[in-house]
Design a binder for this molecule. Structure first.
Ligand code: FMN
Length: 147
């Protein structure tokens, strides 16, 4: 069984709604165990085969819990190279956070980033939630394909 970890921060619930739909899509693929968390320790990141971050943009940046997680993982020298990474997030006008997270996944941790970031303005509607489900499903499928 491959393990997919979804880590999400959300202040007003928009990225969290996206995360629920991403998880739903990811779970629709047989052979993938999906866990959704607000925070993961370095060893939990190391245990996952794929990691998806849900990162809302505040003040043109990634929020503190996600920053801390990535910093702790870097300090612990956790080996994530070759694992699949993806990112999504709700935003209002600039939407930097998921792009920043993906850059760190790719350049610092040498993860395999196959999907561009999925960005959604404010609250996701039904159409967007469908896109989130498809996004989660694609990441799960690529995990099965790579494994
Ligand atoms: C204080 C504050 C700062 C924000 N800064 C940004 C920003 O720099 N860029 C942006 O695209 N959106 C910004 N937003 C909008 C949020 O990203 C948007 O409301 C998003 O839906 C929040 O997601 P969440 O519900 O998952 O927390 C800001 C919102 C607030 C309240």
């Amino acid at each position: 069984m491959a393990g997919l970890l979804i880590i999400c921060d959300s202040h007003t619930g928009n990225t969290e709604k996206m995360a629920e739909a991403v998880a739903e899509g990811a779970k629709s693929v047989a052979g993938v165990e999906v866990n959704t968390k607000y925070f993961a320790r370095p060893e939990e990141l190391a245990q996952a085969d794929a990691i998806i971050f849900g990162a809302p943009t505040y003040n043109h940046d990634v929020t503190i819990p996600i920053k801390q997680m990535l910093e702790e993982a870097a300090k612990a020298n956790v080996q994530l190279n070759g694992k699949i990474g993806a990112a999504f997030g709700s935003y209002g006008w600039s939407g930097e956070a998921p792009k920043f997270v993906l850059e760190i996944m790719k350049n610092k941790f040498e993860m395999l980033v196959l999907e561009p970031p999925l960005l959604v303005r404010y609250e996701p509607d039904q159409n967007v939630l469908g896109m989130c489900r498809d996004f989660g499903k694609r990441v799960s499928e690529s995990l099965i394909h790579v494994a």
